[in-house]
Design a protein around this ligand. Sequence first.
Ligand SMILES: C[S@@+](CC[C@H](N)C(=O)[O-])C[C@H]1O[C@@H](n2cnc3c(N)ncnc32)[C@H](O)[C@@H]1O
Length: 205
Amino acid sequence: MSIFHYFSSNPDIRAKYIFNLIAPYYSKVDHVLQDKYQKTFEVLKAEFPIEGLTVLDIGTGTGAWAAMYELNKVGTINAVDFSEKMLAESQKKYPNIKFSLGNAENLSQFADNSIDIVTASYVLHGVKSDKRAKILSEMSRIAKKYVVINEFIGKTPAFVRFLEFMEKSDYKHFKLHFEQEIQPYFNKTNRIFVEYGTGLYIGYK
Ligand SMILES: C[S@@+](CC[C@H](N)C(=O)[O-])C[C@H]1O[C@@H](n2cnc3c(N)ncnc32)[C@H](O)[C@@H]1O
């Protein structure tokens, strides 16, 4: 892949280029994210017991979010991403997680209602609402019990806004509309603020 892919009109080609490029650096700093993710997990565990449940992590990247489930003693963990380089990093770090290459918009390798928790961390703000709808539909189809989304909530720090601008993500629309966007897919939804800029969106089946 070359720099020209950054300017591609196809958002998947651009995203894969960016994440393949940053994978080794992301992998080196993702422990910083994990300190924050642990706080989020305390909030999640107060919402419902996760021990022993099966998990599918969508857009797993270097595995930082999937690994938090492992640390918190869930059952089998599957994880998918469409960036080969991100997956190469996660596979090196977490041998007990089943990583595979896949596009979150079509996860036909996973059956309907087959996994207790289907989850994604900082994936859905990165894509436009039409793609978000396809990914949400897949997450809701595969989930037996819960969809757990770790994402931006409310005002975000300036450096995050700069990174999202460079990534050409959809985070502004995401923050404004996501709470409404997820409602049609579930019996009940919950938006839980955790700390400055972050929180959980949970869908209950
Ligand atoms: C910002 S990273 C987040 C990684 C990880 N979930 C975390 O919290 O550290 C977003 C990840 O989503 C992946 N991704 C984005 N769109 C995707 C899609 N349609 N299918 C699969 N992976 C996708 C990217 O390749 C990237 O690894």
